[in-house]
Design a protein around this ligand. Sequence first.
Ligand SMILES: *Cc1c(COP(=O)(O)O)cnc(C)c1O
Length: 346
Amino acid sequence: MGEEVQLFEQKLSEFFGRPAICVVNGTAALHLALQACEIGIGDEVLVPSITYVSSYQSITATGAKPISCDISSDSLCIDPVDAEKRLTEKTKAIMPVHYSGGVGDLDGVYEFAQRHNLRVVEDAAHAFGTTYKSRKIGSFGDIACFSFDGIKNITSGEGGCIVSDDLEFLNLVRDARLLGVEKDSEKRYTDQRSWAFDVKRQGWRYHMSNIMAAIGIEQLARFDEISQKRRSLAKRYVEILSSFPSLRLINHDYTEVVPHIFVVQIPKNCHRERIIKFLKDRNIQTGIHYLPNHQLSFFEHSDINGELDVTNDRNQKLLTLPLHEDLNLEEVKYIAQSFLEAIEIR
Ligand SMILES: *Cc1c(COP(=O)(O)O)cnc(C)c1O
């Protein structure tokens, strides 16, 4: 970690209008953010069950317990009204997940968090570039964590970043990403790495490498082009699929959302595995985002204080169609039409 990482951080800070710290991946970003909020053993973190397992593992990595929350049926993002029902005296933070690139009722999340003095660690892995009420995700609020994994809106091969304006928090993150070695980030950036240092807290080897940062810098320079392409592909899907009322799409405003994945909710009587197979036979790869985490053995009994009704209802119906900047509009049309054939409503 040196010059390129420092430059990538500068460019990200200009992008967000706030300090950004680069780390080795998005999971590490979430883990470090929670740790720097002093969340640990005995604490609880509210999180939607429909998310990548990374959100959950980052919570248990601190020793805290993930508390599974339900999602809103429109955005498939955490429902702050449901989250409030799961609040206990152990609750220290809420981790909203910006599912597919949209953010749901983010104002509601922040109002709820403020009322109960909770930290907000946004899992913004899907939402690089998305705005909420015209403000970029990461440019406001408490803490936002992004991923630059190979499939995310921009990539550094692997990578992630943490964005906040809480300076004390940021210093804890900076040290913890370099094995807890005090002020090691500053020393590396000024070429003064010293071998006399102190370590006062648990740290991790979570820094970003120069090679990853160099890729990230080039991707960020192309972000306008990349985001417009992702939006135009998603809008094409919507044009073709929105005329079928038995299909439910997430109602994104693509002037704000930069879509990470394109998710359709298939009709009740459709068998998802059969659709996946039908599309695979046409060389169309699909995905499932996600298996609810409260059903995974390691996170069992995380659904305290009530059923996850929307989560359980949607669980078998979510299907992700390909969305990649190297697709073209014709290919999206072919995929959408094949999908309609697969569910036999055409
Ligand atoms: C990708 C992703 C992460 C983690 O990012 P990595 O860089 O893969 O560690 C976290 N949360 C969600 C919702 C993700 O999709």
